[in-house]
Ligand binder design. Structure first.
Ligand SMILES: [Fe+2]
Ligand SMILES: [Fe+2]
Length: 399
């Protein structure tokens, strides 16, 4: 028999997993495909809202129920400690001594294969089948190079299998679940998740203490944005202290200000439709601008934050005339937090502690110049903000 082994955290299992399973059974002519959810994956920490390993096993049963040949295995769930692939394959080899084992993995996992526990032994126990999408051209050379290296150094058998697996990932699915806009899930899986309030869907996100709010906010961001979000929260709190606003409110607004930024342009549009937001033509053409608007709605409706915070997030990209103190603080904190590095940032940092309106004008002026340089149309709120703060700044210079 040819037995495929498809491991992963399946957190949660989505339609991309099911599609990949069906396609690989056919392409690799597998007699069986064992789906092996990890109890405690060695390479990652499972985020807030993750259901128990047994519940993920149940979600896998639902997600793969329509795929002939797919079988859900509880080996790693039943085993104590970290879920190492080498242990699973050793067990499968003793159970199926005569059969061919084919270990399936995505390109990211394949490129880190050398760092797994006992990679040589894994390569001696199973054929490695690397699934890649035809749009992953940027990693293709690395994958081919690594395949050749493993063949030479470990005598590994490596198959490169093109598959149509959807671009969706469990991380994206979790984000969309948290924002109450689920996508990419089998209806039975989605129902089970919502019934149990898993993946932050249970309404438990309102009025959280700051530490918990921070943990959840950071878990919904992409890795590379976390430092920026934290920097904005800390800078906003310091500016609030300095200018006489409430630092705790500023910190909460800062940690949430980019909460939907990780969504793709299409997901921004879908979320805006879901929240029944009316979009300007400019926003429709540039969905990246929408993260301030969808982020504000998420902060208010899902995290239960105040109108004051809602407005600070809503206006944080465009600004507007007559901004409140908190709106100005978030606008500037986003611009000048310690991870920002662009010509003029030092001037902005200097002004922010001396004259907040002048700092806001400086930020707007740079933003307006940038948009004009790119030949893009200017948002009307940004333009009225720019005029308003230019007048204020000129007036104070005259005095
Ligand atoms: Fe932003
Ligand atoms: Fe930001």
């Amino acid at each position: 028999m040819r037995i495929g082994v498809y491991g992963g955290s399946f957190n949660p299992p989505h339609t991309g997993h099911a599609l990949a399973a069906a396609e690989l059974i056919q392409k690799l002519a597998l007699d069986r495909l064992l789906i092996v959810p990890a109890a405690d994956p060695p390479h990652k920490t499972l985020p807030a809202g993750t259901p128990s390993p047994e519940d993920r096993l149940e979600l896998c049963r639902l997600a793969f129920s329509g795929i002939p040949g797919a079988e859900i295995c509880d080996y790693e769930i039943r085993r104590e400690g970290k879920s190492y692939t080498v242990d699973t394959l050793s067990m499968l080899r003793s159970r199926y001594p005569e059969d061919e084992l084919i270990l399936l993995m995505g390109t990211d996992m394949f490129l880190s294969f050398s760092t797994w526990r006992e990679p040589e032994r894994i390569a001696s126990l199973a054929v490695l089948a690397v699934m890649h999408r035809d749009d992953q051209t940027e990693t293709w050379d690395s994958v081919c190079h690594e395949a050749e290296r493993l063949r030479q150094t470990m005598h590994a058998q490596v198959l490169l299998v093109e598959n149509r697996c959807q671009e969706i990932s469990s991380t994206v699915v979790r984000r969309l679940l948290a924002f109450r806009a689920p996508e990419g899930l089998d209806p039975a899986v989605q129902d089970k998740i919502l019934q149990n309030g898993w993946y932050l869907t249970g309404g438990q996100l309102k009025n959280l203490p700051y530490d918990k709010l921070r943990e959840i906010s950071l878990s919904l961001h992409k890795e590379k944005r976390r430092a920026h979000v934290q920097g904005t929260a800390d800078t906003a709190a310091a500016l609030a202290e300095h200018w006489g606003d409430d630092p705790d409110t500023a910190r909460r607004a800062g940690i949430l200000h980019d909460i939907t930024k990780a969504l793709s342009e299409q997901e921004q549009l879908d979320l805006s439709a879901k929240y029944k937001m009316t979009l300007t033509p400019l926003q429709q053409e540039n969905p990246k601008l929408l993260h301030a608007k969808t982020g504000a709605v998420v902060a208010r409706d899902i995290f239960g934050e105040s109108e004051k915070i809602f407005n600070a997030i809503w206006w944080h990209t465009t600004g507007r005339a007559e901004m409140t103190l908190l709106e100005k603080i978030i606008y500037i904190a986003d611009y000048m937090e310690p991870n920002r590095c662009f010509p003029g940032v030092e001037l902005l940092r200097d002004l922010a502690w001396k004259d907040l309106d002048a700092a806001v004008f400086q930020g707007l002026d740079q933003a307006v110049a940038h948009v004009r340089k790119q030949g893009m149309p200017l948002d009307s709120d940004s333009l009225s903000a720019w005029n308003y703060y230019r007048n204020i700044t000129e007036r104070s210079l005259r005095l």
